[in-house]
Design a protein around this ligand. Sequence first.
Ligand SMILES: NC(=O)c1ccc[n+]([C@@H]2O[C@H](COP(=O)([O-])OP(=O)(O)OC[C@H]3O[C@@H](n4cnc5c(N)ncnc54)[C@H](O)[C@@H]3O)[C@@H](O)[C@H]2O)c1
Length: 268
Amino acid sequence: MANGILKGKKGIIFGALDEKSIAWKVAEKAVEEGAEIVLTNAPIALRMGTINQLAEKCNAKVIPADATNVEDLENLFKESMEIFGGKVDFVLHSIGMSPNVRKGRHYTDLDYNYFMKTLDVSALSFHKILQVAYKMDAISEWGSILGLSFIAAQRTFHAYGDMAEAKTVLESIARSFGYHFGKEKKVRVNTISQSPTLTTAGTGIYGFDKLYKFADAMAPLGNASAEDCANYCLMFFSDYAKMVTMQNLFHDGGFSNVGAVEAVADKL
Ligand SMILES: NC(=O)c1ccc[n+]([C@@H]2O[C@H](COP(=O)([O-])OP(=O)(O)OC[C@H]3O[C@@H](n4cnc5c(N)ncnc54)[C@H](O)[C@@H]3O)[C@@H](O)[C@H]2O)c1
C-alpha cells in the first residue's frame, strides 16, 4: 500500500544485518515509498549477514562503516552525498550490541571494558553520526534522523543488562542534539521505542521469548512487529511529522502505559 510519501527523498540506513532486522524492513519500505537509499553496516556484519540481497532489491549501494569510527562515518556521508548528488534527507540509526549481554554477564557482574563498548556501539555512535552529519552540513533542511530505543531506558527489565543505560543515553542524545540540529539547521532528531521484536539483537537477550510473550500479553494491541515499526519510521522521515523533534515515541501497542492486565494477573 505504498503512497509515495518519500518520493524524491534520499536516506542512509544503518543496521540491516538480515531479513529479520528492523532496518531491513525500513529499507524495503522506504524504497517502495519512493526513496533512494544507501545501506551501511560494520564491515564484519557485511561479511556475516545478507545485506547484498537487500542492496540488489533496493538498487542501493552498500558502504561499510563501523558506526563507532568517525573517519568511517565521514567517508560514508561524503560518498553518499556523491551518490545522491546532494544532501541526505533521512538517517536511520538501527544499531545495538552489548558484549556483556552477549556473553551472559549478569548486571551485578559487568565487565567494564564491555560496558564501555556497549555504550560506544549502542549510544555514542548516534552522537558520532549526528556530529559528523552536522559538521559536514550533510542533512537537508527539514531532514529527519531516527534512532531505535527500548522502554528499558525508563523502566527495569531484569535481563536487559547494560543495554538499559545505552538506551537512556541514546534517548538523551536525541533530545540534546535535536535542540542544536533543529535550531541551526531545521533538522529533526527522534527515537522510537519499539516492542520486543524477533531479530538477531532481540533474541540475543537472555529469556527473550518470555519477555516477548509478556509484553505481548500486557499490550492491548499486542507487540508491534518489525514491519509496523518500519511504517512508523517512514512516517517520521516523511513531511507528515515535520514539526516533531527531540522526542522518544513509544511504538509498542500501548505497553508503556499499562499497569496490570487480566492476562498476566490471572496466572498468579
Ligand atoms: N529486537 C528488539 O527486541 C528491539 C526492541 C527495541 C529496540 N530495538 C533496537 O532496534 C535496533 C535494531 O536492532 P534489531 O532488533 O533490528 O537487530 P539486528 O541485530 O538485526 O540489528 C542490529 C544491528 O547493529 C549493527 N551493528 C552492531 N555493531 C555495529 C557497529 N559498530 N557499527 C555499525 N553497525 C553495528 C549490527 O551489524 C546489526 O545490523 C537496535 O538499536 C535495537 O536495540 C530492538
